[in-house]
Design a protein around this ligand. Sequence first.
Ligand SMILES: *Cc1c(COP(=O)(O)O)cnc(C)c1O
Length: 385
Amino acid sequence: MNNSFNHDTISTTENVTRPTRVIVDLNILRENFKKIKLHAAPAKVMIVLKANAYGHGLVRTAKLLQELEADYISVAVVEEGVLLRQSGITIPILVLGGIWGNQIPLFIKYNLAITASSIEKLKQINEYAGELNSKAKVHLKIDTGMERIGVHYYNSDKFIETAYKCENIIVEGIYSHFANADSTDLTHTKLQLERFNESLAYFDKHSIEHPVRHIANSGALLQMKETYFDMVRPGILFYGVYPSNDLPKTIHVAPALTWKSLVVYFKVIKPGHPVGYGLTWQSDENIRAVTIPVGYGDGYLRSMSGKAKVLLRGNVYPVIGTISMDQIIVNIGNDSAYNSDEVTLIGTDGNNSITSENLAEWAGTIPYEILTNINTRVPRIYLNE
Ligand SMILES: *Cc1c(COP(=O)(O)O)cnc(C)c1O
C-alpha cells in the first residue's frame, strides 16, 4: 500500500499556501449534518464521502463526522477507505463501488464493508475471508432500475439466500440506488422503490431479520419519506448543495465550501490586443484587467470560457478569453484593483454570491462535477476547527 496516497491536497515540506484555496466552514457542515439527522430520524444517516468528500477534503471531513458520532460513512473505492483507516477513522465505512477479487483481503484487513453485487462475488468474499480466518461484512447491492452494479431485483432471492449461507460473511446491509430521485417526476423512483420492497419481502417470507436497508440519496431524502428505511445515504445535501433547484427544500442546508484566490497581476489592455489562447476575445476600448492564478488544471473548467464571472471588491466581473490551465484574466472595466486583492470564485463578497450551481450552468454540467473537480493541488483550509 502506498502511504503517500493523499486525497486532501498536494503537500510539500515547505509551509506555504497557494493563494488559490478552498475554504471549508466546518460549522456549516456540522449544522447541515444535524439538520439531516433530525429530519431523517429514526433512520440512521450514512454520509457519502466519495471523490475527496465532494471536493471538501476526504480525511478532514471524515474526522468531523467521527467527532459528530455519525452512524456510517461511505466512499467509492477501497483506497479511500484504507486512507481513512490509516488516518484514524474508526466509524463504520462502506465502499460503494464494485470490487475485484484481489482487493478483498484489503477490505478485511481494514474492516471496510464490501458491496457485494453478484453471487460469484459473494463466493469470492467468503473464500478469502475463510482463508484469512476472518469474517467479511457485506452490503448486498440490488439493481432496481439503474443497470450499474447489483443483482436485478427479479433475481434477488437466490442472491440473498446465498449470502446467508456463506459462513464467513456477515450480511450487514442491503441496498439499492435511485437513478432519477432528483427529478420532480417521481414515476421511475416509485417503481424502483416498489422493486426494492419486492426484494426485501424475502426476509418476511423466510422469517429472517432484515439487515440495514438503505436506498435514499439526497433527492429521495428531500422528497420521499417512504424511501428512508433504516438508513439514508445523502452526499451533496450534506455539503449544502441541492441535487437540483426544482426540488422542495424540506431540509435547509447551506454551502460549506468557498473557493478564493488573489489578484497576481494588473494591467491595461488596449483595443485590438486579443486575450488568451485562441485569441477568442478582444476589447474595442482600453480596459483594466487582472490575472488570477487559477485555471482548468485546478478544476476551473475550460468549458466556462466566455461565461464565467468572479467577485472582486464586492463586484461581479467577467472572465475574458479562454480559461488557461493555470490562469484566468478578468475584465474590471474602469474599476480599480490591486495585487493581492481577494477574488471569489465560489462564495459571497458583499452583496453578491457565486454558487457551484452558477459554475455548473456556465460549464453545462451539474454542481457535483464542479465540486469534485476542484483539484487536489488547491489547498483546503478549514474554519471553525
Ligand atoms: C453518490 C451516491 C450517493 C449520494 O448521492 P447524492 O445525490 O450526492 O446524495 C448515494 N448512494 C450511492 C450508491 C452513490 O453512488
